[in-house]
Design a protein around this ligand. Structure first.
Ligand SMILES: Cc1cc2nc3c(=O)[nH]c(=O)nc-3n(C[C@H](O)[C@H](O)[C@H](O)COP(=O)(O)O)c2cc1C
Length: 413
């Protein structure tokens, strides 16, 4: 199979063109300065992705407000950040003008860390607390998203990704569990209002056909009442609303979707398949395919979970290794029409030059992610994140963290 041809073929996204089928997943790295601006560590990470020739880069979850956020040193996109982000984008375009970039706009809601910010919720999950958001506060959050989209446009981003995945505020409002009787809860018409108002208002504010709008969504959050379940406390999967969301966003101008599943608190294995369960990746392909079948042919669907496949030496059962390598599997998924691009998350840490090395015929030099999850541990511990296995400063940081703080209890509990 000529996977190189498939993966290096350009693809149209909205009115723009991605130079190839590689998508760098948004990966939070907790390395901003105190005002949420990029630091040298942030520059180094993104410069590498640009050198690595990803067709489309999704800038990690960047918060529209520093009042409620998940990480102490999380990137921020408020008026005070505009100058620093302009400089950052100028540098990236100098490194490689062909790469497209969208910013993943987020509000952490109930995942906000009370130690340094305000935890807010639309309806507290069992075991969770937080200030109950009022309608006026959600209206204000919509305004913050709109303002951040304008800033993204001003600083030179090619578009935005509305984060409706993994249990952050976007998912919290959408999920059936949000059965509170208010403007943004109860009937689907109310729960989807936030997403639909948001995209419509952003569309009007940016007023630019070339500015990409899209969303990374958890089609199924994997717990009773989560997105993609049959009712507020139902354990049954029913993705009717998730499909409706995809169609509704598409009707309102979304040009692409990034498939995801799970929730950071309770169903993380769906969000990031681990070493012992790489087979969960196939579940993601199933859902990408469903999204693909429910959108217009020109809408770009981006699949996730290719870090499980590695090179030709993976240990996945049942099919010949050369058919289940990351590249062979990615090309197969595109050729079979399940998706248009392949998302690399942890693999983009392990080797940000992956697409470049494929193009130059240097596949043997690619370093593959082993799903050790040490990057995730750094993030949970609010430390700067990178590949602990192959990137020495992060190896040393991780060693230091373990020495001073001890072992972290199970990540996937
Ligand atoms: C350290 C770390 C940070 C992440 N940050 C984000 C993020 O900012 N936004 C997001 O949507 N997903 C985030 N994810 C999830 C990844 O984007 C991706 O969906 C997941 O890791 C599965 O892809 P992979 O198997 O290629 O790693 C993060 C994952 C990790 C391990």
């Amino acid at each position: 199979m000529d996977y190189k041809k498939t993966l290096l073929a350009p693809v149209k996204i909205g009115n723009r063109v991605c130079q190839n089928r590689f998508f760098a997943q948004p990966m939070e790295c907790v390395d901003s300065d105190d005002e949420g601006n990029p630091t040298d560590l942030t520059y180094a990470r993104y410069e590498n992705l640009y050198k690595g020739e990803f067709g489309l880069v999704d800038l990690e979850a960047i918060t529209v407000t520093n009042e409620s956020r998940a990480r102490k040193t999380q990137l921020e996109i408020m008026p005070r950040n505009e100058k620093a982000l302009t400089k950052f984008m100028k540098r990236l375009k100098e490194v490689n003008p062909k790469v497209l970039i969208v910013f993943q706009l987020t509000h952490s809601g109930e995942i906000s860390e009370p130690e340094f910010s305000r935890r807010v919720t639309v309806k507290p999950l069992y075991g969770f607390e937080g200030d109950l958001l009022t309608e006026e506060e959600v209206d204000k959050i919509i305004e913050q998203f709109v303002l951040s989209s304008k800033i993204a446009q001003n600083v030179g981003a090619d578009g935005i990704d509305l984060k409706f995945c993994h249990g952050y505020l976007g998912s919290q409002i959408l999920r059936p569990y949000n059965d509170r009787k208010w403007k943004y809860g109860g009937a689907w018409e109310n729960r989807s209002r936030f997403a639909y108002d948001l995209i419509e208002r952003i569309q009007r504010a940016v007023n630019d056909k070339n500015f990409l709008l899209g969303s990374k969504l958890s089609i199924w959050e994997g717990f009773p009442g989560g997105c993609g379940s049959a009712g507020p406390d139902s354990p049954l999967m029913d993705i009717t609303e998730s499909i409706d969301l995809v169609r509704g966003l598409e009707e309102r101008g979304a040009a692409y979707f990034v498939e995801s599943l799970g929730n950071v608190h309770c169903s993380m294995a769906y969000m990031e398949a681990i070493q012992d369960e790489p087979y969960l990746s196939y579940l993601h392909f199933y859902f990408s395919n469903i999204i693909k079948q429910n959108v217009k042919p020109e809408t770009v669907v981006i699949g996730s979970h290719f870090s499980s496949f590695r090179g030709k030496k993976n240990k996945l059962l049942s099919i010949e290794p050369e058919k289940s390598s990351m590249f062979a599997m990615g090309a197969r998924c595109i050729e079979d029409g399940m998706m248009d691009m392949i998302g690399l998350g942890r693999q983009s840490f392990a080797d940000p030059l992956t697409p470049l090395k494929l193009r130059e015929g240097r596949e043997d030099e690619i370093k593959y992610c082993t799903q050790c999850m040490n990057c995730e541990e750094l993030m949970i511990r609010q430390k700067p994140v990178g590949c602990v296995l192959y990137n020495k400063p992060y190896t040393e940081l991780f060693r230091e963290v373990r020495k001073t703080l001890g072992k972290l209890a199970e990540l996937h509990t």
